[in-house]
Ligand binder design. Structure first.
Ligand SMILES: Cc1cc2nc3c(=O)[nH]c(=O)nc-3n(C[C@H](O)[C@H](O)[C@H](O)COP(=O)(O)O)c2cc1C
Length: 199
């Protein structure tokens, strides 16, 4: 088993989502001795955002790209190859302003590529990142599970599903900024979600 852990918290120290993602990885490695781990920290190594220059690079034919354009496409290509080379993804995802951190959005924008990670067919779109399990460790200050104003989980289900990542296992640590009692409850719920996700 090859595990790719992607930490999306802007915090490089003390992040709840990272701690939870670490726990997921520890449990996976306990269940699958010898499982290899690759760590991608999006705060330490931010992905280039999909701005005008990046779009220009992607839409320029390979042979005609400037050095800067080639470097941008190579960066995105490497992120795609990294995902393809692993069996299991573990995402550590804090909630920021009801959504995912910009660092994670940049990663999603980098790996979503027509003809490479998805394609359009006569019967509709087809995701090309197939056969992987994705554990998503969520950390939230408040309580949003299954609420209409949780724009994070529906977004992840939509975009990752579009790319073919349909085996998504969400682990919720919620209420972390609502006092010690609520936080303890949130971590206990995460533990229960994790047990169910690994069962
Ligand atoms: C900039 C910012 C925005 C946040 N927005 C929300 C939010 O919309 N909803 C929520 O429940 N918690 C929100 N929080 C609280 C975080 O989700 C919570 O502190 C979580 O533990 C952060 O993840 P981390 O510990 O992995 O960095 C926010 C925190 C920060 C720093």
């Amino acid at each position: 088993m090859k595990i790719l852990q992607i930490n999306a918290s802007a915090r490089r120290e003390g992040a709840n989502s990272t701690k939870l993602a670490n726990t997921v990885v520890e449990r996976l490695q306990a269940a699958h001795p010898g499982a290899a781990l690759t760590l991608r920290d999006l705060a330490a190594s931010p992905v280039s955002i999909l701005d005008e220059a990046a779009l220009g690079a992607l839409f320029t034919p390979a042979g005609q790209r400037s050095a800067a354009q080639a470097a941008l496409v190579a960066e995105y290509d490497a992120l795609i190859a990294e995902v393809m080379a692993h069996d299991v993804l573990v995402l550590g995802v804090p909630m920021y302003n009801f959504g995912v951190p910009v660092q994670l959005k940049a990663w999603v924008d980098a790996i979503a590529r027509a003809g490479v990670t998805f394609r359009y067919t006569e019967s509709g779109p087809e995701g090309l990142i197939q056969g992987k399990t994705v554990y998503i460790a969520l950390a939230r200050g408040g309580l949003y599970r299954d609420q209409p104003h949780d724009s994070q989980v529906p977004y992840l289900k939509t975009v990752l599903g579009f790319l073919g990542l349909t085996d998504l296992r969400f682990i919720y640590a919620e209420g972390l900024n609502m006092g010690p009692e609520a936080a303890a409850k949130g971590f206990a719920q995460a533990e229960a979600d994790l047990a169910a996700a690994l069962a």
